[in-house]
Design a protein around this ligand. Sequence first.
Ligand code: PMP
Length: 398
Amino acid sequence: LFASVEMAPRDPILGLTEAFNADTRATKVNLGVGVYYDDNGKIPLLAAVREAEKVRLESAPPRGYLPIEGIPGYNTAVQQLLFGADSPLLAAGRVATFEALGGTGGLKIGADFLKRLQPDAQVWISDPSWENHRALFEAAGFKVNAYPYYDATSQGVNFDGMLACLNGLPANSIVVLHACCHNPTGVDLTAEQWPRVVEAVKARGLIAFLDCAYQGFGDGIEADAAALRIFGASGLDFFVSSSFSKSFSLYGERVGALSIVTESKEEAARVTSQVKRVIRTNYSNPPTHGAAVVAAVLTTPALRQQWEKELGEMRERIRAMRTGLVDKLAAAGVSRDFSFVTRQRGMFSYSGLTSAQVDRLRDEYGIYAVGTGRICLAALNSKNLDYVGNAIAAILKG
Ligand code: PMP
């Protein structure tokens, strides 16, 4: 049965972590990760989460199945976070939300549902994009293409190229957009650019799928939802996948959601009935613990306040590392202007390091980064910043 099964290629980022783990140098640093580490280099367990877990453990709830769409109170809390508690979309009952297994799960249920709705449509992701976008939509049966996004010369967005591409797409093309904190580049669209994307989506009859995996890691919970709010006010139908992996530091609990904005409450009910069939045939119903904890935190005022404070601290720490790295490089005599790093948002930066420079960082300093030059700022801390800054400076100078 398995004699003809070939070995699949290694995941490039997980492969990097394996190489990092095998490295015996005490000074080694892994900038290739996609996880937030605190200043001690540890994945934090947020105090708000710990408290909600304590209460949950003490109440010792029975472990029945959840409804197919997940915990209702969780889904409502997700909607309020994404669209605002006073959103007319929510008042009108236009949004159908499904608890999902992380942001990946939200993307996957959405992709499977879209395949049933639009079997011949093609998918367009940003160039570059999160490495799983392509594989995920291909696995759902779609042909996946890329629209221009990152412009290496300006270290910004090739917005004209992006718009020209979107404006040339056939109706019902599915366009995957990063709502904030673009992975891997850290470069986001501006508040002025989003309405123009909405215009193009409207004019061409495209289907927008917004991926919101880092709400609160850029400029704040509300500010990072700006694209969702602009789409929400447009009258369009669209998809949103969202994740609490980063914002709650709950990676392994797999807490995310799929939200579908429809035209009416009646339409939302029909869509819900069909998405439930997709979920039922995938994994039947979602897990309880992570979503129960997130719902408790979001709806209990004291815990909510604590979480917003802790999220703010994570965001500020990343931003401090951005400034710290830029200052360090300048102090170490690097003449190239790295100020773009402070303008990028979220955990990542397309640093501009070449693949050869990334190799040298690994070989000579035990500093691991993705071959594209993507570095995770959340892997920097007050103890390794000097070492990393000096190493990059040395590589750039010679
Ligand atoms: N989308 C993007 C852009 C991401 O960066 C990630 C995670 N790194 C995800 C989705 C998946 O999120 P999760 O881990 O919650 O499945």
